[in-house]
Design a binder for this molecule. Sequence first.
Ligand code: SAH
Ligand code: SF4
Length: 356
Amino acid sequence: MKPSIYGLRKENLIDWLAEHGEKKFRATQIWEWLYQKRVTAFDQMTNLSKSMIALLEENFMINPLKQMVVQEASDGTVKYLFELPDKNMIETVLMRQEYGLSVCVTTQVGCSIGCSFCASGLLKKNRDLTAGEIVAQIMLVQHYFDERGLDERVSHVVVMGIGEPFDNYDNVMDFIHVINDAKGLAIGARHITVSTSGLAPKIRQFADNGLQINLAISLHAPNNQVRTSMMRINKQYPIERLMDAIDYYLDKTNRRITFEYIMLSGVNDHVEHAKELADLLKDKKKLVYVNLIPYNPVSEHDQYSRSGKADVLKFYDVLKKNGINCVIRKEHGTDIDAACGQLRSKQMKKTKKVTA
Ligand code: SAH
Ligand code: SF4
């Protein structure tokens, strides 16, 4: 299988061209065709020679994804189900925010972290996505707008789809470099957010990467007992180790971190938990932000249900009174299975039924 050219950082493309006796400016031309004019075939790159086009065709494909299902929700959220060359399925979500178009990308086929509330974790990791397959998700969403003659650009990216991005670190970093390139899609680093379940060593590595990308941590609980019950990764990287890595990140970057906290009724939503959380974060108040997230019910995890409104508000008040920045997150596309992994797991079940 030929790799997707979308997976190459600009400098990798320059090197590849040099190995084939081509000049650097060819990379600039190809880059413009891919990311500014956004063509879908090499033979549309009309300022390249026939032999150059043949060389590219011989070695790369452009788009590795096939669009299978598109669902549009009443609030403008669009969910795409894509098929990979090996027939695995992934999903990508586009959200319309006040500040622009934001895309949520998938980084792995399934996820091995196996959090007990998450639909993605139900499907054990099958493989990592290549950088090209992650970039292609952004490109296909952008093409979707281009084809409709809509002059709108994907301006924000969240790495919060299926998979644990720090378990596919190098490909995710290649992806970020490609979409961040000023002469390409030019999605600003400050508009890119990576969410992790808390792989402490990778948080340290990420702190050293030198880009101004936002980091979100799926914390979801204020103590090890509750967190381990929800996220078995907490056994490997308990809260103390996670917080050490976060302190390193904050020291190194001085950038604000978001903590994600799914509100689960009777599990992590007591006032006591809010106090514990405020205590855990009190020495970094200026640099943290807590996102209280409504749980998207997953039928296979029926031990969990969404916290009541009154409990969420009480929790929020405790954090605020303790000087912790905090928001209650708005939901997107609840009428179209917008929670991570839900469209994909539904589609897989349907497929299984058909083939059984
Ligand atoms: N693996 C990474 C990124 C993907 S999950 C991580 O865990 O951070 C992105 C976010 O969606 C995480 O905060 C995750 O905890 C949350 N999430 C997973 N299942 C959810 C559900 N059913 N309802 C609401 N949020 C969910
Ligand atoms: Fe994987 Fe994130 Fe889901 Fe946990 S919440 S299973 S880390 S995708």
